[in-house]
Design a protein around this ligand. Structure first.
Ligand SMILES: [Zn+2]
Length: 586
């Protein structure tokens, strides 16, 4: 993506009040100098999400996420920097400057544009086929499944007749090239070289982006012995299965309004639930939800109710989806249906009222798991209780929120009839084991940032006039081995290039560094108040590292013995020099 001129970015940032932007998504209350609200990036009940209007950054003390207004949009809308800039410009009615696109970029966006157009045309054609005489049998099948014309219309259902070159001929006639049809996955090339329609003799279900553009199709078999039962579009430049939630374009407003989403598995589950008036529904389409799909959903709600068949739940995608959602911090409820029923069959049998009752009596997923595990083991025996805890501890370890984990520990202890201390200690172990390596490293490096580094970073944001001259007295080797090295390096580089400003620093930080900087900057005051003190301590740390390295080398030479007197002398001189420098800094 082409870069915007820096002047434009600066002007935009100047106009775009971060509080106003974030309030589009989060309700904020002013407390003292900052604004507080419930974090949109992790599930929480007490606000730990802070926005600093003057300095233009946000930070969550719960999940550590932080950054400037662009980072907020990048994270919240799941877009890159350039799209975050565009969104912000739109929000504040600022015209975008002319951008210079490379040939390759122009070609890519032209290709995507063409792929979207060919899908649009294909949908029109499939729908015409459904409405035609040839589609009569399929229309009957749809209505036999209890799907009304209105729902069929809303879903954009269509029909691919049993011919080799139906859609292909129609689209070629419209002027699309065969290459485009192949890249869109609408036709396939056979071994003999012939190119024919991918979808033949199938009910067609368009798959859309949440903006409503058609990006792929699902094709369902219409004859009893037809294989496979479902055939989908392949992955293309505009479609990735793991990033698309079926039906979100129809349900996103209802989900936002009702503050929860119903998650079902199949297209027809979706159709029935949607038709029964529960418009806030999405379908995972048979596979377990991916974290990317969860993030899509997160833009509209942090709460999900899942309804599934208890018989297949154990091995099914539903359980995997639940666990992933819990890990991502969603509140997840489970509405159990009678054995053998999915939402499609259940709604058809019991109607809107019956389904509403199931939703009402849905229980939190963790409770559901507890009950299920308790039913599977004999809790009257020691062995049964050990197995029960063995099943449940890994689950507990994956709960991201500490308070929630504690409540779960209490429930677990109660069921297993052991003391809660024991359970909590075990859960802590499970949590540690579960920590992915990356997070561990990040947490550690946060911990190792010294007070002097923290002080300097705080001052760079809040009192740059004091901090910048101090920063200028540091040089490259002073930063070696510091946890905040990348931040201080960037600040120094900005200062050398075109002038340091807190806003320029925030804008250019990586996600991880932005967490660190906004965490420090959100604190009420600096750990070390004087910028020159910070610099002095940082320099002292450098010379102490150096002294330790020299000493290690001296020790090594002395251990080896005798032959390197000259080398030893040189090291002793260097050590003396370092000590002098250190003393000068005290
Ligand atoms: Zn958070």
């Amino acid at each position: 993506m082409a870069l915007f001129p820096q002047r434009f970015i600066d002007d935009l940032k100047h106009q775009a009040d971060i509080v106003v932007v974030i309030q589009d998504y989060v309700s904020l209350k002013k407390t003292g100098a900052t604004y507080k609200g419930l974090c949109p990036f992790h599930g929480e009940k007490t606000p730990s999400f802070h926005v600093n209007r003057d300095k233009g950054f946000f930070h969550c003390f719960g999940c550590n996420v932080g950054g400037d207004v662009f980072k907020f949009l990048e994270l919240h809308e799941k877009v890159g920097f350039a799209d975050a800039v565009k969104l912000l410009a739109q929000r504040f009615g600022v015209a975008l400057p002319e951008m210079e696109e490379s040939d390759e970029q122009r070609a890519n966006s032209a290709e995507r544009e063409t792929l979207l157009k060919v899908h649009e045309s294909a949908m029109v054609w499939f729908r015409q086929q459904l409405a035609s005489n040839a589609g009569a049998r399929i229309r009957r099948q749809i209505s036999d499944r209890g799907v009304t014309d209105a729902t069929s219309e809303a879903l954009g259902l269509g029909f691919a007749p049993a011919v080799r070159e139906g859609l292909k001929a129609a689209l070629l006639k419209e002027g699309f090239s065969q290459g485009v049809l192949l890249r869109a996955g609408l036709v396939v090339q056979k071994d003999d070289g012939s190119v024919i329609d991918r979808f033949r003799n199938r009910l067609i279900i368009p798959i859309c982006r949440d903006t409503g553009s058609v990006i792929a199709f699902g094709g369902r078999a219409v004859d009893p012995d037809q294989q496979p039962k479902y055939l989908n579009s392949p992955e293309t430049p505009i479609y990735s299965k793991g990033r698309t939630l079926y039906g979100l374009h129809l349900s996103k407003n209802a989900i936002r309004q009702r503050k929860f989403a119903i998650l079902v598995e199949g297209y027809f589950d979706f159709a029935q639930v949607y038709q029964a008036g529960f418009e806030g529904v999405v379908a995972s389409c048979g596979t377990a939800l991916t974290p990317q799909q969860a993030q899509q959903l997160r833009r509209f709600t942090g709460k999900v109710v899942l309804s599934f068949d208890p018989d297949t739940a154990g091995q099914g995608a539903a359980v995997k989806s639940c666990e992933m959602l819990v890990e991502e911090g969603f509140a997840v409820n489970v509405a159990i249906l009678p054995s053998g029923d999915d939402p499609d069959t259940f709604v058809r049998k019991h109607g809107r009222q019956g389904y509403a009752e199931r939703l009402e009596h849905s229980s939190p997923y963790l409770e559901y798991l507890l009950d299920r595990a308790a039913a599977n083991h004999n809790l009257n025996t020691d062995e049964g209780r050990v197995k029960f805890l063995g099943d449940m501890l890994p689950v507990a370890g994956r709960i991201p929120d500490a308070a929630m984990r504690d409540r779960f520990a209490d429930r677990l202890a109660f069921k297993a009839r052991v003391t809660d201390e024991v359970v909590r200690a075990e859960i802590r172990k499970a949590v540690v084991q579960k920590q992915p390596a990356l997070t561990n490293r990040e947490v550690q490096s946060f911990g190792q940032v010294t007070k002097a580094e923290k002080g300097l970073i705080w001052l760079l944001i809040h009192r740059p006039d004091d901090a910048v001259p101090a920063l200028e007295t540091l040089d490259g080797p002073d930063f070696d081995g510091l946890s905040s090295r990348s931040v201080l390096d960037l600040a120094r580089k900005l200062n050398e290039d075109k002038g340091f400003s807190p806003s320029a620093l925030l804008e250019r930080l990586t996600m991880v560094d932005a967490q660190l900087v906004t965490a420090i900057a959100s604190e009420g005051e600096a750990h070390v108040h004087d910028a020159l003190d910070c610099v002095r301590i940082i320099k002292r740390l450098r010379w102490e590292r150096e002294r330790a390295a020299i000493q290690r080398e001296i020790d090594r030479l002395q251990e080896v013995g005798g032959h390197e007197g000259e080398k030893l002398q040189e090291l002793l001189v260097r050590k003396y020099d370092v000590i002098q420098r250190l003393e000068a800094l005290i």
